[in-house]
Design a protein around this ligand. Structure first.
Ligand SMILES: [Zn+2]
Length: 119
C-alpha cells in the first residue's frame, strides 16, 4: 500500500491517491471527472498475472472513523440508550457468572469432603 499517482483521462491532471483509494474511483479535483485508481501500481508484483477486474462499487469499502461529529444532546441520548441497552447484557453475564461460581464451589466442596471425610 502506497500513494499512487494517477492521471486524469479528461484533463491530464496528476492526482495523488491515498492507499485507501486503491481499486476505487476518486474525483479529479480539477475537472470533477471520476478516475479509477488501480491497486498497487507501484508494487513490483504488478508484473504478475493481473487479477480479473472488479467493478469498483462491488469492492468492500474500507471505512476509517477519525472523529464523531454529533450534537451534545443527541450524544447524551445515545449514551443513555447505550446504558439502557447494556442492562440485559449485564443481567445475563451476572447469571452466567453465578452459575459458574456455584459449579466451581460445588466441585471444590466435593473434593474437600472426599479428601478429608468428617471424623
Ligand atoms: Zn481531471
Amino acid at each position: 500500500m502506497s500513494i499512487v499517482a494517477v492521471t486524469c483521462d479528461k484533463c491530464m491532471h496528476r492526482i495523488k491517491a491515498s492507499p485507501f483509494a486503491h481499486s476505487r474511483e476518486v474525483v479529479c479535483p480539477r475537472c470533477k471527472a471520476s478516475v479509477y485508481v488501480p491497486a498497487a501500481v507501484a508494487s513490483p508484483k504488478a508484473a504478475a498475472p493481473p487479477s480479473p477486474p472488479l467493478r469498483p462499487s462491488r469492492r468492500p469499502v474500507r471505512v476509517v472513523l477519525v472523529d464523531v461529529d454529533m450534537p451534545f444532546e443527541s450524544m447524551v441520548g445515545f449514551i443513555l440508550k447505550w446504558a439502557l441497552a447494556a442492562i440485559p447484557a449485564a443481567i445475563i453475564l451476572a447469571v452466567v457468572f453465578a452459575a459458574v461460581s456455584a459449579a466451581v464451589a460445588a466441585t471444590i466442596a466435593a473434593v474437600i469432603s472426599s479428601v478429608s471425610p468428617p471424623a
